[in-house]
Write a protein that binds this ligand. Structure first.
Ligand code: G3I
Length: 365
């Protein structure tokens, strides 16, 4: 189900602002609210009050060159995800040569800043090293060898970061938009059992980290999220160590959004299986240029995902996929679209940022 009415968006924003004032003044009068945090506090302080880790994907190149970008990550977020530098093409660019330099820099910074790290990702069909894809395509790497290579990769990477990350996206985007297992080198060569294998190897490599399924277009109730529900049920039935379900949250204002209650209902059904949940890669893009109406609609997109997460019982982290329009994957992938993040390219807060502050300040989790 989609909510598309801009009028509804405006009304909701107005009612949130109204209730923000109302809540603040009645709380002042009652003097009975727990642990007050001003609504204009950094997101991490507001989220802490909700027992929620709030994170951002980090662009390693920007992190090393732009101190404003780096400093704001520290003040604003309690969790980080490496946008690219934990992916296979970066950590093993040549077969047998592991390179964790960039990822280790992010992990060290997170430690200094008292932030958690989400691991992303142990197995995907994109950003694989050329030696691997070319080897499989040419037949030089056989299916039996590929299974050994995947096993070694998971032990190498999850082992390297053991105790340093709190969640791993073990398998990323393994179901396609028709709700079938995605046709990848993994499925074609290893069969559907590769998913269970990946989780079992990850558990052996790091016994304590939470192990996640992660995908896009699974925030609400849909054929694709139904397919994940059945996959999670089946894996748990086989005693595969799956701990969590991650919904990425890549939205576009031109498509409309789910309602908060639909997001909640979807997350809760996974939680009823015994899993925790997270919102893992939120951004809300728009056709350029931005205007007041699009920015207000964007705020609504961020809002429904945050509200859905807070209304669910075990939604543990909410991560945005980049936080400033200065650095975003969107314009490079969607021609004519952009402005998908909470802050603009000058690090000024957009309505979506204020909206997340208001929702976090008001929620009574
Ligand atoms: O690092 C190379 C650089 O050496 C080279 O000069 C340059 C030339 O294009 O490319 C650089 O690599 C790019 C990489 O990002 C790092 O900037 C790749 O071309 C580019 O394709 C890659 O895009 C990433 C994309 O995943 C790949 O599919 C995005 O930054 C990243 O935000 C995006 O993240 C994914 C999540 O992992 C999974 N969910 C969807 C999400 C958005 O697509």
């Amino acid at each position: 189900m989609k909510v598309t009415s801009i009028a509804a968006v405006t009304l909701l924003a107005a009612s949130i602002l109204f209730s923000a004032n109302l809540t603040a003044s009645s709380a002042d009068q009652a003097g009975a609210q727990r642990h007050q945090v001003p609504v204009d506090s950094p997101l991490r302080e507001l989220a802490k009050r909700q027992d929620l880790l709030i994170g951002t994907a980090v662009d390693h190149a920007a992190f090393t060159t732009d101190t404003v970008y780096r400093d704001r990550i520290a003040t604003e977020f309690s969790s980080i995800t490496a946008e690219n530098v934990m992916k296979w093409e970066v950590v093993e660019p040549e077969r047998g040569r592991l390179d964790f330099t960039a990822a280790d820099e992010l992990v060290a910074a997170a430690r200094r800043n008292h932030q958690g790290v989400r691991g992303h990702t142990l197995l995907w069909h994109n950003q694989l090293p050329a030696w691997l894809t070319e080897g499989v395509n040419s037949g030089a790497i056989t299916p039996t060898e590929l299974r050994q290579i995947l096993r070694k990769h998971i032990f190498d990477v999850a082992g390297h970061f053991r105790g340093k990350v709190y969640q791993w996206d073990v398998v990323n985007e393994v179901i396609d938009d028709n709700a079938n297992l995605r046709d990848t080198i993994w499925l074609r060569n290893l069969g559907p059992g590769y998913i269970a294998d990946a989780f079992r190897w990850a558990r052996q490599a790091d016994p304590k980290v939470k192990l996640y399924l992660n995908d896009y277009n699974v925030e609400g109730l849909s054929a694709k999220s139904d397919a994940y529900y059945r996959l999670a049920q089946e894996l748990l039935r086989q005693r595969v160590p799956v701990d969590g379900f991650g919904a990425q949250g890549h939205y576009g204002v031109q498509f409309g959004f789910h309602s908060a209650s639909e997001v909640m209902t979807n997350l809760r059904r996974f939680e009823d299986l015994g899993l925790e949940t997270s919102i893992t890669e939120v951004d809300v893009r728009m056709l350029m240029p931005p205007d007041t109406v699009k920015l207000q609609a964007q705020a609504q997109g961020y809002s429904v995902l945050m509200q859905g997460c807070l209304l669910a019982r075990k939604c543990t982290s909410f991560t945005v996929w980049g936080y400033t329009d200065k650095y975003s994957w969107v314009p490079g992938f969607f021609t004519g679209e952009g402005a998908a993040n909470l802050l603009d390219e000058n690090f000024a807060a957009k309505p979506g940022y204020r909206e997340l502050q208001a929702v976090l300040a008001l929620a009574g989790r």
